[in-house]
Design a protein around this ligand. Structure first.
Ligand SMILES: [Zn+2]
Ligand SMILES: [Zn+2]
Length: 635
């Protein structure tokens, strides 16, 4: 049995365009944790409550007035504002319980939650009228709430001063207008236990925690921190790079008490597609930066498969080689993850127009998610960006400008337009939240391997967002004390790697997966700096490679990439273009895998990593396939 919110056409789910309409839709989260009706049984208290108002109803209704539906409602908010829920119980004229639902509302106040419960009760009452063939204008609804404020505001006894509540009162009146009569009565709290329980249960269910647990939050986001000078910034404001030193800002979380693995595969709504938390990377919402579910802009990104590469295992004499196949994302590349996180944050922060320079797949990902969110999107790209990607951006309604030169030239164009016209610039690592989306690749791997890390993860590295994200995910799980991520590195995982971090002995530091960066030989600033033992990358002169996504001559997060490689015991390696192209062809013909050149580059690096002994002792090697080959002219 489904809960109240799914009964009628006024379903308040999140599958429509977001950020376009005002009012209720913005406040309203996808209903979750909807409770079963009478079939699952209800507590004794509730039966008593039911009897109680059946008695009251008989006394209060005039014969011949038509049917009477009785509702009990409650809104609960932990923190006020804080995680909130609505509880709604509806009885029909025969006293039978027809609806009992708890609905998670995201973070809001007690009073807003009360109003939303009120409106939900009327919608449920409308649905019951439809089901029972009752005429609404001959049906009365009696609503009981323990909120005196709401009862008196609705009756007109109190004036509504709050700007948040006035439109909700309007919505309530519109819903109520269709009925013969709607009365809202204040009852003592103890007569409203059932609705109260449902509201609280909805909050608990949303966070997978019992009532005794810590105060649940949709996101554990606490602040932004500069990756270089450690300056702290308020995440409630939009930010670019660090205002003090220009380095990337990173999202930081309150990690104590993190629930792992996240609950959320037990969707009880019976309404596929309703909850990103159940079928996308938003499964990891506690470690993502969006503070309430109504802001999430999701197209079903993430939760991509691992594909076994038996041929490579035999050829290279490695243990298990698996591809994390991020081609299976809504825009065909792992950029979907970053765009979903970044665009969701833009929606949450109320930003309406966003621009990025791109030379490929980030542009199409941001274009798609901007379309979904109803944001305006501008992208500038070098002239030689694949035509398919340009067409894709335009198809999503983006403003696309081609620029002579390379990515930095496109970046300059975007900054000029932004300065003149007020676009928010969401360039790689100027915008703090893309990395949060990308880090879910690592979270998925940790979960897929049974709450431990695979021994090595190989990333193609242009801007390095995926690799830095993976490093960040590993640190966060370790800091949260998640079993399997927090234990010190031990000799059990094998022989020495290239870096001091993988010494093969217990050194008291958390065990991270070894992270490997693969670059194209024609643009390898990270490989060069790694080889020279430097902590910073230098601009790579005359950058040129077929893998457009790897053509980032001066990655803004170069020092973070190098830090992650060394801290994890990984390394960096470059692959010539001709090897990349041969690997693209080989993967198509021999494995049926159509990878973009960037993803193929990561696979192409395996023989070299193995030859240098850098994969010795690795039981599992995961290669991140970042995107589909469909957008590239066939090689
Ligand atoms: Zn700084
Ligand atoms: Zn669900």
């Amino acid at each position: 049995m489904r809960g109240v919110p799914h009964q009628g056409p006024r379903d308040t789910g999140r599958d429509g365009p977001q950020g376009r309409s005002g009012g209720l839709r913005e406040l309203w989260a996808a209903p979750r944790g909807a409770q079963a009706g009478p079939r699952r049984g209800r507590p004794r208290r509730a039966r008593r409550a039911g009897r109680h108002h059946r008695r009251r109803r008989r006394r209060s209704v005039n014969p011949g007035e038509g049917a009477v539906l009785t509702c009990h409602i409650d809104g609960a908010s932990r923190g006020n504002p804080g995680p909130a829920g609505a509880g709604v119980v509806v009885y029909d004229g025969s006293g039978r319980e027809r609806r009992a639902a708890g609905i998670y509302l995201g973070e809001t106040t007690n009073n807003v939650a009360e109003y939303l419960a009120l409106i939900e009760a009327l919608r449920a009452a409308s649905d019951i009228c439809r089901e029972d063939g009752l005429e609404r204008d001959r049906t009365s609804v009696v609503i009981r709430t323990d909120s005196q404020l709401v009862a008196r505001q609705v009756s007109g006894e109190y004036r509504v001063k709050s700007q948040a509540l006035a439109p909700l009162l309007g919505d309530f009146r519109r819903e109520a207008g269709g009925f013969y009569r709607v009365s809202v009565l204040h009852v003592p709290r103890e007569q409203n236990r059932r609705a109260d329980e449902l509201a609280n249960q909805a909050i608990d269910d949303a966070f997978g925690r019992g009532k005794s647990g810590a105060s649940p939050r949709y996101s554990r986001l606490s602040h932004l921190e500069c990756s270089r000078c450690e300056r702290r910034l308020d995440p409630a404001e939009p930010h670019g790079p660090c205002p003090a030193c220009g380095a990337p800002l990173l999202a930081r979380y309150d990690l104590a008490g993190l629930v792992w693995p996240p609950r959320g595969n037990d969707c009880s709504l019976g309404n596929p597609g309703q909850c990103p938390e159940h079928n996308s990377m938003w499964r990891y919402h506690e470690l993502l930066p969006v503070t309430a579910p109504q802001y999430v802009v999701s197209l079903g990104e993430g939760l991509t498969p691992l594909v076994a590469m038996g041929g490579l295992e035999r050829e290279l004499g490695l243990g298990r080689v698996l591809v994390k196949d991020d081609r299976l994302n809504p825009t065909g590349t792992f950029k979907s993850r970053g765009a979903s996180a970044a665009v969701s944050r833009l929606v949450e922060l109320g930003i309406e127009k966003c621009a990025i320079p791109t030379q490929g797949n980030a542009g199409s990902a941001f274009a798609a998610y901007s379309a979904r969110a109803g944001l305006r999107f501008l992208t500038a790209m070098p002239e030689d960006t694949p035509a398919a990607i340009r067409a894709e951006c335009e198809a999503y309604g983006a403003e696309v400008v081609t620029v002579k030169g390379l990515l930095p030239d496109a970046g300059r164009y975007v900054r000029e337009r932004a300065a003149a016209e007020g676009w928010y610039v969401a360039s790689t690592f100027d915008e703090p939240y893309r990395a949060e989306g990308k880090k879910t690749i690592a979270l998925e791997l940790f979960e897929a391997f049974g709450s431990r890390w695979p021994d090595a993860i190989v990333f193609p590295v242009g801007g390095g967002v995926g690799l830095v994200g993976a490093w960040k995910a590993a640190q966060e799980l370790a800091t949260a004390g998640v079993a399997g991520a927090a234990e010190p590195r031990s000799g059990a995982t094998g022989a020495a790697g290239p870096g001091s971090g993988a010494s093969g002995t217990t050194d008291g530091r958390p065990r991270l997966p070894r992270l490997f960066a693969v670059q194209a030989a024609g643009c390898a600033p990270v490989v060069k700096a790694y080889g020279e033992g430097r902590d910073e990358t230098e601009p790579f002169a005359n950058a040129e490679t077929v893998a457009a996504g790897l053509r980032v001559p001066s990655p803004k997060a170069g020092f973070l990439i190098l830090r992650a490689l060394r801290a994890s015991g990984g390394a960096a390696v470059a692959v010539p273009d001709e090897v990349i192209l041969r690997t693209v062809v080989k993967l198509r013909r021999e494995e049926g895998l159509n990878f973009c050149p960037e993803g193929a580059a990561a696979v192409a690096a395996l023989p070299e990593l193995a030859r240098r002994g850098w994969l010795d002792g690795c039981r599992e090697v995961v290669v991140v396939s970042t995107g589909t080959g469909l957008k590239y002219p066939s090689g």
